[in-house]
Structure formats: structure tokens, C-alpha cells
Design a protein around this ligand. Structure first.
Ligand SMILES: *Cc1c(COP(=O)(O)O)cnc(C)c1O
Length: 430
């Protein structure tokens, strides 16, 4: 695979940006290579600057559930842009996107648009603290909630722990307000609430954890979270930045039929442009400025061009049968590859839910917890390279999931499955 143009762009980028990138996972550090500079995308495919063509399963890390450059999204965006790009005043488009979401979503009465998932989660945490008058929050090891200070905290040793910061520059004082628990572990949850219950503002979880492997939770654990939060007056916060509009229109809350108190959205909601959102029932959202005392704002929040992209995308995915078809095609693809791996006794498995899949080099058990992930990423590195060389692009980390879009037709997925099985043979029979 020729990569000379990407290599040269990367060399220049390194003189401008830390690590040559504007978001760290793009740097290909964990797969030891040079990042590909992407020139364009169309449907299920992307082309890099060296004119290599790939079937894309990164899909911008989730937002592009309709694939690249979807004609309806394109049309709506161009139309909005023709009227100007930003006003810092309300537009009709904000109402339209909110209406699309709230009309079908039984979990929230009101919503606030932000410009990223990080911003949405960070603001909603402040809202939870404002509403409850409590400071502590609970998060789970293996869930990612963006890069705000309170949430860059990882587990320390022991079952119920005050975490350690997972980034330099996060003050101890923030870390001390964040409790970190193992996923899918009722015992740790009970112990935590027994000790800190009256101080806990909210429990935040990715109900379908998909940022550190795909750690599907036992449904009973999520139900238990709901019960324990209610019992202790803590708010249950589903961070649905990935799962929202992905597994079902109203996300994992709809998928599992569990009612959270707060939700956050991002990724798909913006149709490929920068949008995040948080929502809750009226009494909780009444905390937010200018109605209430919790301050949160944004110069480009509810940006009309981004709203237009979101409206177009959410309109498309609202069509009857959209999610069933997404899951059906993803399952055909995943089954084909898993059958090949099984028939050959490869220690490999694709784990899936809806149109998300994750590559695991451990097929011995269902992994539900960050600690259970096989941390040897040698297999993933080899597979990532073998797939690139054969025309399939995955996000450059074995801890990240892959996304199937509606542009990944059965024919495209058949081709991709053949590439996967060939790449697996190359690795395991080498
Ligand atoms: C991507 C993600 C975020 C952060 O969103 P950004 O738009 O990258 O700031 C937060 N929470 C979850 C669950 C995510 O997947």
C-alpha cells in the first residue's frame, strides 16, 4: 500500500500539532503506523491522499450512521449554509431538531444543544450537582465520557475507590469527588452507596459501554442501577453519545426499556457536524440558565448548519424498519466472520450489538468488565495492518468499536467479510 503523500502530510502536521493530530487516537500510536490522511468519503467508502480506497468502519467514530456524504444531509446543509452560517440568535432549525427528538423520546421533556459530547456530559454533571445539591459522582471503569476534569478519573485499587486522575493536569480536588466502580458488579455498587449514598449526585454510565471494548452489561445490572439511584435520591445518567440513535432512536434507554433521569447525546445527532445535547425531565432541566441557577452556554450551540445536518440525518433514520435492517446486515457480516474463525479455531470473535461491533482476541467468555480485556494488542495490530492492505479501514485501536452504516449494503459487507477472513488466515496461519 502506497502511503507517501500521507507520510509527507503527517511530517508537516507534526510541526503544527502535538503528535501531528487534533485528537490523540487518530495518531495510529497503538498500531505503530502513520495515520492515513483522508481526502474524501462517499457512502461506505473513504479515499486517502494516496488514492487508496477503503471500506470504512470507523465512520468518524460513530456519527455517520448514513455513511459519508449522504445526499439528504448534503442537501440540507447546503441549503442552511446558503442562509448564513451562524447568528448567535435562535433559529427555527433548533426547534425542528428538538421536535424530531422529543416527539419520539419518552425519557426527556427538554433538551439543550451543545457543540460536542464532552460539553454535553460536563454540563449535565453540573446540572445533576445543582439539582441534588450533592457533589460526588459515580462512574465506571471502562466507560468514557469525554475529557472534562471530573471524568478523567480511573479506578484505583480496591472495590470502591476514589480514583486516580487519568490525565496530568486534573486537580486532586476534582478526583476526590469522583468514585470509580467496576462495571457489571452489584457488590461494588452496593458497597459504594452504603458508604457514600447521601453524597452522590449522579451515577453516570455508558449503558452500552463502547469506548473500551464493547462491554455489554447484564440487563439486571442496569435495572439495579436504576433501583439503587432511586432509593438514594441520586440521578441515573445514561451517557448515550454513542448508543443514542445508534441501537434505537432513543438509544439504550429504549433498547433496554430503562428510564434514566439524564441523557446525553452526541455523534449521530449532528449528522457529521459538531453537535452534542443533554436532556432530562422538566424539573431537572429547570435548573439550567436562564431558567435556573446552573450556568451553561455556547457561542455556536444550536448552530444552524449543524442543526440542518442533524435534522436530515434523524429524519432518515426515523423511517420504519431502519434499525431492524441495520442489525440484520450487521449480523450477517459478523456471523460470516465468526463462523470462519470458529471453523478454524482462531482465538477471535466479533462481539456485536445493533450496528456496533468489536474485535476481540478472546472468545473464551463474554467480556463485561474493563479488567477482563486481553491487553495484548499484538493480534489487533497485525489485523489492522492486514485489513488496511486489503482495503478495509478500522479505527486505529483495539479498544475501539466498528460502526456499520446504512451505506454498508449487503454487497459491501460481503466484500468486507471476505477481506476479514482472508486477513485472519494471513495472521493466524503465518
Ligand atoms: C465520544 C463520546 C463522548 C465525547 O464526545 P466528543 O464529541 O468527542 O466530545 C462522551 N461520551 C461518550 C459515551 C462518547 O462515546
Amino acid at each position: 500500500m502506497k502511503q507517501t503523500v500521507s507520510e509527507s502530510l503527517y511530517a508537516t502536521a507534526k510541526t503544527y500539532f502535538p503528535g501531528g493530530v487534533n485528537s490523540p487516537v487518530r495518531a495510529f500510536k497503538s498500531v505503530n503506523g502513520t495515520p492515513l490522511f483522508i481526502r474524501k468519503g462517499d457512502g461506505a467508502h473513504i479515499w486517502d491522499e494516496d488514492d487508496n480506497k477503503f471500506i470504512d468502519f470507523c465512520c468518524s467514530w460513530g456519527p455517520l450512521i448514513l455513511g459519508h456524504n449522504h445526499p439528504e444531509v448534503y442537501k440540507k446543509v447546503v441549503e442552511a449554509l446558503g442562509n448564513g452560517s451562524s447568528f448567535g440568535a435562535p433559529t427555527r432549525l433548533e426547534n425542528e431538531l428538538a421536535e424530531l427528538i422529543i416527539a419520539r423520546n419518552p425519557f426527556i421533556d427538554k433538551i439543550r444543544f451543545t457543540s460536542s459530547g464532552t460539553e454535553a456530559v460536563m454540563s449535565a454533571i453540573r446540572m445533576a450537582r445543582g439539582y441534588t445539591g450533592r457533589n460526588k459522582i459515580v462512574k465506571f471503569e471502562g466507560c468514557y465520557h469525554g475529557h472534562s476534569d471530573s471524568l478523567l478519573v480511573k479506578a484505583g485499587s480496591g472495590l470502591v475507590t476514589f480514583g486516580n486522575s487519568s490525565s496530568a493536569g486534573v486537580p486532586e480536588a476534582f478526583v476526590n469527588e469522583t468514585l470509580v466502580l467496576p462495571l457489571n458488579n452489584p457488590e461494588a455498587l452496593h458497597a459504594c452507596f452504603a458508604e457514600f449514598g447521601k453524597d452522590i449526585a449522579c451515577v453516570i454510565i455508558e449503558p452500552i459501554p463502547a469506548n473500551n471494548g464493547l462491554l455489554l452489561q447484564e440487563e439486571g445490572f442496569l435495572t439495579l442501577l436504576r433501583e439503587v439511584c432511586t432509593q438514594h435520591g441520586a440521578l441515573l445518567f445514561f451517557d448515550e453519545v454513542i448508543s443514542g440513535f445508534r441501537v434505537a432512536f432513543s438509544g439504550a434507554a429504549e433498547w433496554y426499556g430503562i428510564t434514566p433521569d439524564i441523557v446525553s447525546y452526541g455523534k449521530i445527532i449532528g449528522g457529521g457536524l459538531p453537535v452534542g445535547a443533554y436532556g432530562a425531565r422538566n424539573e431537572i432541566m429547570a435548573q439550567i440558565s436562564p431558567d435556573g441557577p446552573v450556568y451553561q452556554a455556547g457561542t455556536l450551540s444550536g448552530n444552524p448548519v449543524a442543526m440542518a445536518a442533524g435534522i436530515a440525518q434523524l429524519t432518515e433514520i426515523s423511517r420504519p424498519g431502519f434499525y431492524e435492517d441495520q442489525e440484520r446486515r450487521t449480523k450477517l457480516f459478523v456471523d460470516k466472520i465468526n463462523e470462519h474463525a470458529q471453523a478454524n479455531n482462531y482465538p477471535f470473535e466479533l462481539v456485536m450489538i445493533a450496528s456496533i461491533f468489536w474485535i476481540s482476541f478472546d472468545n473464551s467468555k463474554r467480556i463485561r468488565n474493563a479488567e477482563e480485556i486481553n491487553s495484548d494488542m499484538t493480534g489487533f495490530k497485525q489485523l489492522h495492518r492486514a485489513l488496511l492492505e486489503r482495503g478495509v479501514y478500522l479505527g486505529p485501536s483495539g479498544y475501539e468499536v466498528g460502526f456499520v452504516s446504512s451505506a454498508h449494503t449487503e454487497a459491501v459487507l460481503d466484500e468486507a467479510a471476505a477481506v476479514f477472513t482472508d486477513a485472519l488466515d494471513a495472521i493466524f496461519k503465518a
